[in-house]
Each structure stands twice: as structure tokens, then as C-alpha cells.
Design a protein around this ligand. Structure first.
Ligand code: NZQ
Ligand code: ZN
Length: 385
């Protein structure tokens, strides 16, 4: 096993009705900015519930944080938070709103141009406002991690940053809040969580059986519960299991002490930035061809994945690897998430554009061996058409 530091300070409050407990989590004297997305938090009544739970506190509502949150919009929140002396941020929504709140938290006290937070990957953040979250969409794990991904529209750049100061202090996870999600977002969430596990699991063995078996359990749970969430959309237990899986998929636990990949994510971000594809759609396109391209470097883990996750025991090693990759693609397709660039109307010119972006963003040494250069990314993308 590799050496590691594991730190996760986020308090999770889980279950139906947990939003009512907000009062005990937000400091009584706080001047709170509540950030939310387009319409869903208002339409579903969650925003009202949150406001009721915050009681007499001074609350400033900031709506309109987009899916794939933009620097441009969030800088409006930064300015207001500075003017209004906001000292606590509460994100009500999915990964986008939570990521947006993390950026605002770091940007408000940041002494320099806040875009540098992204250019420096969050390394130079010295202070951040405290954040809490009310999760309405199970997918990203942002509710219990220190990462955030921000898009600057004017540059067509979508970049991540990480810093322990932006871990949420608490997250309220009420699975019943996810009943109002459209099917597409439920499916996206399953795919995103699945690929989060894969980026941390499907690399090379370092004798870390606990992390491996946790990961395999999360993957199998997603394979089992994901389709149920679509076929039984009113089932609370299914939504509860999905929400907890998605949180555990990216809260640092399964990634501790093991190599990590993240190439599928970093390449995928370019397609969201350029063409507005949903985050999970980009992952469903790239992961199967990435696994195919890296089948030699990932051979041992692919065989383990085939056997333990998909129960594939017949045929020789190459056949089992082929079958595991095919099952992965089928799983995404069964959920209704298409797995080819062509399915989204994208062709060779999109491949060229994404490669240019990767070059511009310095994404030239990706993967667990840092050896995925532009030539390999090109092969992956051409195989994804
Ligand atoms: O904007 P509203 O109207 O609220 O609608 C949202 C949005 O359009 C809607 N929605 C959310 N909760 C709902 C709901 N609709 C009905 N009922 C509800 N309960 O769903 C749409 C998508 O929301 P979004 O927050 O964008 O989805 P998700 O949670 O998948 O987040 C995606 C973002 O997270 C980033 C992605 O890159 C993307 O920008 N990621 C963040 C990560 C992290 N911080 O660790 C890791 C991930 O890999 C990912 O990159
Ligand atoms: Zn993701």
C-alpha cells in the first residue's frame, strides 16, 4: 500500500427530514448566503424548508448557479458576499451548486485575482468561508470532499481545484430530495459515481485489499441500485443507497493508499467546456475506450474487475477483459447514457478541438503512470467516435 494522509472533517446528517436540523449546524449569529441553482430548489419546496430551518438568521439568497458552474456567475456572488459581510455559505443543490459555493468560499478572502485559484489548483488558498450543504442530487461526492470544478465561459476552460479549507463543515443528505430529479440526472449520477470509483480502483495493484473490496462493493451496489432508481423512482431505500454510495465514492476513503487515474475526468471536462455535454455523458464516452487503450497497463486490475465485479470467469484473460469493458459500456447504455461521441452529434473536428484544449491546459501527462500524452489521448478519443 502507498503512504497516505486521510482527513475528512465533514459531518454527515443523513435521512428523511434532516433539513429541519439545520438550525443546530449553522452558527446562530451567522450571516448566511444560500446558494442554489436554476429552478429546482424553489420548485420543489426545498428552499422554503431551508429558510424555515434557518429561522431568524440574516439570509441572503443567491440563485442561478448553473450546471457546470461558471466563474462569471460566481464572481457576482463573491462581490455580494464581500459587500454584505457574509460569513457562512449554504449550498442547496447538486454538485454544481456545492462546487460553486466552494469557489465563492475561497474567492471572498482571496487577495489576488480569483481565477488564479483555478490556475494554481487551489494550492495557495490560505483562508475560506465556512460552507454547509443540502444535497439534492447524488452524484459528485462534492458534499464530502475538498474538490470543486469551475468553468470560465469566456475561455471555454473547465478546471478543478482542491483544498482542505473548502471541505463542507456539514452536509444534510435527505434521499427523498432526489425524488424530483429527471431520469437523465439520476442516470448521470450513477455513471459519475461509478467512474469516480473506477478512477481510484482500476489502476494497478498495490496490495490494498480493503480499498479494493470497498471499491468493488460500491461498484456492485451501483450496478444493482442504479437501474432500480430508474424503474422504481419512488423507492426511498433505493435513493438512500444511491446517495450514500455516491458520497463514499469520492470522499477520500477508497482513494487513500492507492494510485489514482483521473484521465477520463480530465479529458471529459474539455467536452463539457467546448460542447456543453453533461459531465457524466463525457465519462460514459471516454471510460470504455480509455480502458481498452490502457488494457496492458491496467491488465491485472481489469482481470480482477472482470471477476469480482462482473463475475466473468469464462474464456482466456483477453476475452475476460473484453467482456468486462463491454459490460461497462452496456451498463451506461442501459441507464440511457450514450457512450459514443457520434451519439451527441460530435465528430473528428471535436476530437481535434478537445486535443487542442488539452494541450492548452497542460493535460499532457495524465493517468496513474503520468504517461497519457496527447498521442494516447488522441487514440482514446478516436476510438470514442
Ligand atoms: O439548476 P437546477 O434548476 O437546480 O437544476 C439542477 C441541474 O439542472 C437539477 N437538479 C438538482 N437537484 C434536483 C434537480 N432537479 C430536480 N430535483 C432535484 N432534486 O439537476 C441538474 C444538474 O445539477 P448539477 O448540480 O449540475 O449535477 P451534478 O451533481 O451532477 O454536478 C455536476 C458538476 O459537478 C462537477 C462536474 O464537473 C459538474 O460541474 N464535479 C464535481 C466533483 C467534485 N466536486 O468532487 C467531482 C465530479 O467528478 C464532477 O467533476
Ligand atoms: Zn465526476
Amino acid at each position: 500500500m502507498l503512504n497516505f494522509d486521510f482527513y475528512n472533517p465533514t459531518h454527515i446528517s443523513f435521512g428523511k427530514g434532516c433539513i429541519a436540523k439545520l438550525d443546530g449546524f449553522v452558527p446562530a449569529e451567522a450571516q448566511v448566503m444560500v446558494l442554489y441553482g436554476g429552478q429546482s430548489a424553489q420548485r420543489t419546496g426545498t428552499l422554503d424548508e431551508v429558510q424555515a430551518a434557518l429561522g431568524e438568521r440574516k439570509v441572503y439568497l443567491f440563485g442561478g448557479v448553473e450546471a457546470n458552474p461558471t466563474y462569471e456567475k460566481l464572481m457576482e456572488a463573491v462581490q455580494i458576499a464581500r459587500e454584505q459581510n457574509i460569513d457562512f455559505l449554504l449550498a442547496v443543490g447538486g454538485g454544481s451548486v456545492i462546487d460553486g459555493a466552494k469557489f465563492v468560499a475561497a474567492a471572498v478572502p482571496y487577495p489576488d485575482d480569483p481565477w488564479n485559484i483555478l490556475l494554481n489548483g487551489g494550492r495557495d488558498i490560505k483562508q475560506a468561508l465556512p460552507i454547509g450543504t443540502v444535497l439534492t442530487l447524488a452524484a459528485t461526492g462534492s458534499e464530502m470532499n475538498n474538490g470543486s470544478v469551475i468553468t470560465r465561459k469566456s475561455l471555454q476552460a473547465k478546471l478543478p481545484f482542491h483544498n482542505d479549507l473548502v471541505f463542507p463543515k456539514f452536509s444534510m443528505l435527505d434521499p427523498s430530495k432526489s425524488f424530483t430529479l429527471p431520469e437523465r440526472q439520476v442516470a448521470n449520477g450513477v455513471v459519475d459515481a461509478f467512474v469516480h470509483v473506477m478512477e481510484q480502483y482500476l489502476t494497478y495493484p498495490v496490495n490494498a485489499p480493503v480499498q479494493d473490496r470497498f471499491s468493488e462493493g460500491l461498484l456492485q451496489t451501483l450496478i444493482e441500485q442504479g437501474p432500480l432508481a430508474l424503474s422504481q423512482p419512488d423507492d426511498y431505500e433505493v435513493r438512500a443507497n444511491l446517495m450514500w454510495v455516491a458520497t463514499l465514492a469520492l470522499n477520500g476513503l477508497i482513494g487513500s493508499g492507492v494510485p489514482q487515474d483521473w484521465s477520463t475526468h480530465l479529458i471529459g471536462h474539455e467536452f463539457t467546456a467546448l460542447y456543453g455535454l453533461d459531465h457524466a455523458q463525457t465519462l460514459a464516452i471516454i471510460l470504455p475506450s480509455m480502458l481498452q487503450e490502457r488494457r496492458v497497463a491496467k491488465r491485472e486490475k481489469l482481470l480482477q474487475y472482470a471477476e469480482r465485479v462482473w463475475n466473468l470467469r469464462d474464456g482466456d484473460a483477453e476475452q475476460r477483459i473484453d467482456a468486462a469493458i463491454a459490460r461497462t459500456r452496456e451498463f451506461f447504455e442501459t441507464l440511457g447514457v450514450k457512450t459514443r461521441l457520434n451519439d451527441y452529434g460530435l465528430a473528428q473536428d471535436a476530437v481535434e478541438a478537445a486535443l487542442q484544449q488539452l494541450e492548452q491546459h497542460g493535460m499532457l501527462q495524465l493517468g496513474e503512470h503520468k504517461d497519457i500524452d496527447l498521442a494516447i489521448s488522441r487514440r482514446v478519443l478516436e476510438a470514442s467516435l
